[in-house]
Design a protein around this ligand. Structure first.
Ligand SMILES: NC(=O)C1=CN([C@@H]2O[C@H](COP(=O)(O)OP(=O)(O)OC[C@H]3O[C@@H](n4cnc5c(N)ncnc54)[C@H](OP(=O)(O)O)[C@@H]3O)[C@@H](O)[C@H]2O)[C@@H](O)CC1
Ligand SMILES: Nc1ncnc2c1ncn2[C@@H]1O[C@H](COP(=O)(O)OP(=O)(O)O)[C@@H](O)[C@H]1O
Ligand SMILES: [K+]
Length: 496
């Protein structure tokens, strides 16, 4: 799914209107109708709906929604900011059409009975052009204090679509946001996402051809991406058709991490998986992952990485350690390798200590830092959006794929595009989840997916398996091994 800026979204709507595909009033009605249908499917008319409206079109959506609810006998009250007397044209029409009287409110001079209350925030949408102040700030602050179900229309009031709020900025805190047609980019960044709650993208009938023609560098990964690009297995295939993945890492006390990567590479369909680890890891690895082959990388830690065959794909880093000899062996390996590889964890920590090594990373390799590892590699930034933009620059500069891991993992490609992921959950916030991702991406790369697809699909599958693990084991009890176990559910779904 494309992620467009608020200006682009407005432009799409304007073009639809100019080409007489629709009118602005019809768009407002279909926005309100989409919200109405959504609400009706989730909440009964036993609730009391309190709809807070501004003077712009977001307020118009709110007033149209109030009418639709009222007409179906829902208990609804509409509140309008006092200073919002000069409505936009369509909002004025919807104000006139609302059959009940509304409350004009000033500051915190309004009452909401908390019991069974649903507060709908239609104060400001994507037309917000400055931080909330005065009356608006007072209203939102009071709403935030009320104990009720809170739903924002299009975007929580006070939030911008394309930039992040500062600390202590007043923003409506929604449990759910019903947003129109597109994810707003800010929803994919922690600083803003905390205000938006669960996001639901509603279709309001904007012309899909116009959306198709809008250019963007930011996308959200969707199931269709995976479905479209997934390589089905030919019935006549043999193990030689599905690549050789070499997973390198592990050190004393961290053989587990490389085991998790190995198991994950096996579980995404790789033809042959080899694990390179210190000798003492052999017994554990061969017991837990008998399908994988083991080759020794020294005794106590890696001294030299000798790969005993050709045509392979390397994933290196989990549990690798940063011993002096390991560093030397890793540097030598980087000097000798030309094919894209996956670099994670300690491989990245070693590079952080010697930034010249960035230049040795083979083109189109994939690096998977969490935000702290990213900071060690490329420096501090003031926000996650700045970090994402810095990653875009670095991905281009070094011609690599950068994966910034987190709740909404961001993938930055060498051509400058960003793909955000929305699968996964907080049950994955545990040691070992990242090692699973390394194995998955390495396995996909080994099977012939190019770096871009291996990463996009890998990140998506990883989160999706995490979501299955959540359903099966709960967020608390799921483990990295649970994620690996649930990879089968992802592939079974795909093969249905
Ligand atoms: N495009 C689409 O596809 C569709 C969009 N739709 C809906 O329209 C929404 C966008 O509507 P919009 O452009 O009228 O702006 P909106 O956010 O309602 O209000 C801006 C108003 O608030 C004011 N204002 C700004 N900042 C302020 C502040 N800090 N404190 C106080 N006031 C402030 C500003 O006044 P100004 O400062 O410019 O005088 C302006 O009048 C969008 O989110 C969606 O819900 C659907 O109906 C149909 C399809
Ligand atoms: N709250 C969350 N929501 C979704 N995914 C998460 C969340 N927390 C962690 N993850 C995912 O789990 C993985 C954790 O990786 P990492 O931080 O490297 O941990 P590890 O130390 O286990 O290797 C990443 O892929 C990340 O996207
Ligand atoms: K809103």
């Amino acid at each position: 799914m494309k992620i467009l800026t608020s200006t682009q979204i407005k432009e799409c709507a304007n073009q639809s209107i100019q080409s007489e595909i629709t009118t602005s009033l019809e768009l407002m009605e279909s926005s309100a109708l989409a919200c109405f249908e959504w609400l009706k499917s989730r909440y009964s008319n036993e609730h009391n709906y309190y709809i807070f409206c501004g003077k712009g079109n977001n307020g118009g959506d709110g007033l149209a929604l109030a009418r639709l609810l009222y007409n179906e006998n829902f208990n609804v009250e509409a509140f309008i900011i006092q200073s919002s007397a000069d409505f936009s044209e369509d909002t004025q029409i919807n104000f006139d059409k609302f059959p009940k009287s509304v409350y004009f409110i000033e500051g915190d001079d309004f009452e909401v009975t908390e019991e069974k209350a649903i507060i709908i925030d239609a104060l400001f949408g994507t037309g917000l052009n400055k931080k909330l102040k005065g009356e608006a700030e007072k209203i939102v602050s009071k709403l935030n204090e009320i104990n009720a179900i809170k739903i924002s229309i299009d975007i929580p009031s006070g939030l911008f679509a394309d930039s992040l709020p500062e600390e202590n900025q007043i923003v409506f805190r929604a449990d759910e946001t019903l947003t129109f047609e597109f994810y707003k980019r800010s929803f994919l960044h922690l600083e803003a996402a905390q205000y938006a709650g669960k996001i639901h993208v509603l279709d309001i009938g904007l012309d899909k051809n116009l959306i198709e023609n809008e250019k963007t560098d930011n996308y959200l990964i969707e199931y269709s991406h995976f479905e479209k690009n997934y390589k089905r297995r030919n019935p006549f295939s043999n193990k030689g058709n599905f690549g050789k993945a070499i997973i390198i890492g592990g050190s004393y006390g961290k053989i587990g991490s490389i085991t998790l990567s190995t198991l994950s590479a096996l579980r995404v369909g790789t033809g042959l998986v080899f694990t390179g680890a210190p000798e003492y890891g052999s017994l554990v690895l061969q017991t837990i992952a008998p399908e994988a082959m083991f080759f020794s990388c020294g005794d106590k830690y890696i001294e030299d990485i000798q790969i005993p065959f050709e045509n392979y794909t390397i994933g290196i880093g989990p549990g690798l350690g940063t011993e002096a000899t390991t560093k030397m062996a890793f540097e030598k390996m980087l000097e000798n390798e030309n094919n894209p590889m996956v670099l994670d964890a300690d491989a990245l920590n070693i590079i952080s200590e010697n930034k010249d090594l960035l230049n040795l990373i083979p083109k189109y390799s994939i690096i998977t830092p969490h935000p702290k590892e990213f900071e060690r590699l490329f420096g501090k930034t003031n926000s996650t959006l700045e970090q994402c933009e810095l990653a875009r620059k670095k991905a281009k500069e070094y011609e690599i794929v950068i994966v910034i891991k987190g709740h909404n993992t961001a993938i930055l490609l060498p051509e400058g595009t960003c793909y955000y992921n929305a699968t996964g959950n907080a049950g994955m916030a545990k040691g070992g989840s990242g090692d699973v991702l390394t194995g998955i991406i390495t396995g996909l790369l080994a099977q012939g997916y190019d770096s871009k697809l291996a990463t996009i699909l890998g990140v998506y599958i990883h989160g999706k398996a995490g979501d299955y693990a959540y359903e099966k084991f709960s967020q608390e009890s799921m483990t990295a091994q649970g994620i690996i176990q649930c990879l089968s559910d992802v592939f079974l779904e795909l093969n249905k």
